[in-house]
Design a protein around this ligand. Structure first.
Ligand SMILES: O=C([O-])CC(=O)C(=O)O
Ligand SMILES: [Mg+2]
Length: 423
């Protein structure tokens, strides 16, 4: 970023009031009567109701539309372990996106935990008060154990956004990009640079969607993850392949697709030049991608390129997933977000990219045209139809797969965030 853009980002966060979120009241509070209902003595009535049946919390409190965004700051974007407090702008940012795109209230919680177990215990003890828990920016491999333990201990959806949100959006974008390149997922040779939370989840979901494990080469900081390595944790070991390739230069030659979830600037023009025809390059590290889109295009005019950023075409970022996935899960009171719901989200997102783009989106991006092709493989976050399509698909999949505690919502499909409480 230029110095001017950096300063603009700081000013945006500082002015006119610090931060990006506030709390609003939903009930009248003008009169003594109002206050006697909102607080003592009236508040005792919903207390008694909830004490006698915890489900009543959905009726008398904000629980059903409230998500906790929880991090320990151990893997903030692609910036690394900068601690809980430094993660707060990102967690507030996730709250902005939850509210803006899906009408979901959220509170950010940054936990200073000395161990994964301490983090798990902290979250488990406060879990009941939320409709769902979005885990964010927690480093691998600890994030896998943390998420699994919390899913087991909580009866509300617990979702590690960097794994599954990113994987859903990547899979949708990849299916479309390969299609545009005239290729298919089941025969594509894929190189994944990075072996953290997002990388492992992305490759797992691509395999669920039809990619062949033997066609995937994953690299961590030490190079290719191959079957001869003895330093692999169980998550990386799932992707160990028999190969004599050792470096990115070895692996990328002739590859159809590259997925970068690693660090800034790790891919060179030479790497991209050695890929197969119509290469698909997802350089998704935030804020600075593995290769700059301008450099990639200069090296390979036939590239189909995506980044995690909103200032270039094809933003493959979990913002296209998590707000709407939680919306659908909350509205059927799902006990968890399962594989069926994730795959339903992939297809809803992928299919939406093939439809004509509404004029509001063109205006927001100051473009005359956007149409399914190399420069538009995935919808943009401002596309209001995401709310309708993904939430509906996820809610239906939750009902069909037996994790919903309520029927498919009668107020669906949602056309705007003003509709989220129904009529
Ligand atoms: O915040 C973003 O832009 C996407 C994300 O979750 C990350 O990079 O960790
Ligand atoms: Mg994140």
């Amino acid at each position: 970023m230029t110095d001017a853009k950096k300063q603009a980002a700081l000013d945006y966060h500082a002015n006119p009031i610090p931060g990006k979120l506030s709390v609003e009241l939903t009930k009248p509070t003008a009169t003594a009567r109002d206050l006697s209902l909102a607080y003592s003595p009236g508040v005792a009535e919903p207390v008694r109701e909830i004490a006698s049946d915890p489900e009543n919390a959905y009726l008398y409190t904000g629980k059903g539309n409230l998500v906790a965004v929880i991090s320990d700051g151990s893997a903030i974007l692609g910036l690394g372990n900068l601690g809980p407090l430094a993660s707060k702008p990102v967690m507030e940012g996730k709250g902005v996106l939850f509210k803006r795109f899906a009408g979901i209230n959220s509170v950010d919680i940054e936990v200073n935990a000395e161990s994964p177990q301490a983090f798990i215990d902290t979250v488990a003890r406060i879990a009941d008060t939320w409709g769902g828990i979005n885990l964010e920016d927690i480093k691998a491999p600890e994030c896998f154990e943390i998420e699994q333990a919390l899913i087991e201990q909580c009866s509300i959806p617990v979702f590690h956004d960097d794994q599954h949100g990113t994987a859903i959006v990547t899979a949708a974008g990849m299916l479309n990009a390969l299609d545009i390149a005239g290729k298919s997922l089941d025969s594509a040779r894929i190189v994944c640079l990075g072996a953290g939370a997002a990388a492992i989840a992305c490759m797992k979901l691509l395999v669920s969607c039809g990619a062949r494990p033997e066609n995937i080469v994953m690299l961590d900081r030490k190079g290719v993850i191959h079957s001869g390595r003895e330093d692999l944790n169980q998550y990386k070991a799932m992707f160990a392949v028999e190969t004599d390739k050792r470096t990115l230069t070895d692996a990328i030659e002739g590859a159809d697709a590259f997925v970068g979830l690693s660090g800034p600037g790790l891919m060179s023009a030479d790497h991209i030049r050695s890929m197969a025809a119509n290469p698909v390059v997802f350089a998704c590290t935030n804020p600075d991608p593995e290769i700059h889109p301008d450099l990639a295009r200069e090296a390979r005019p036939d590239v189909i390129m995506a980044t995690g950023r909103s200032d270039y075409p094809n933003q493959v970022n979990n913002v296209l997933g998590f707000p709407f996935i939680f919306r659908g899960a909350l509205d059927v009171r799902a006990t968890r977000i399962n594989e069926e719901m994730k795959v339903a989200a992939v297809h809803a997102l992928k299919d939406l990219a093939r439809e004509p783009v509404p004029k509001e989106v063109l205006e927001a991006y100051e473009m005359d045209e956007m149409r399914f092709g190399p420069e538009y493989i995935i919808p943009t976050p401002v596309d209001i139809r995401l709310l309708e399509r993904i939430s509906s698909a996820v809610a239906q999949a939750a009902v069909d797969s037996g994790v919903a505690r309520k029927p498919y919502p009668s107020h669906y499909p949602l056309k705007t965030v003003d509709d989220v409480y129904g009529g």
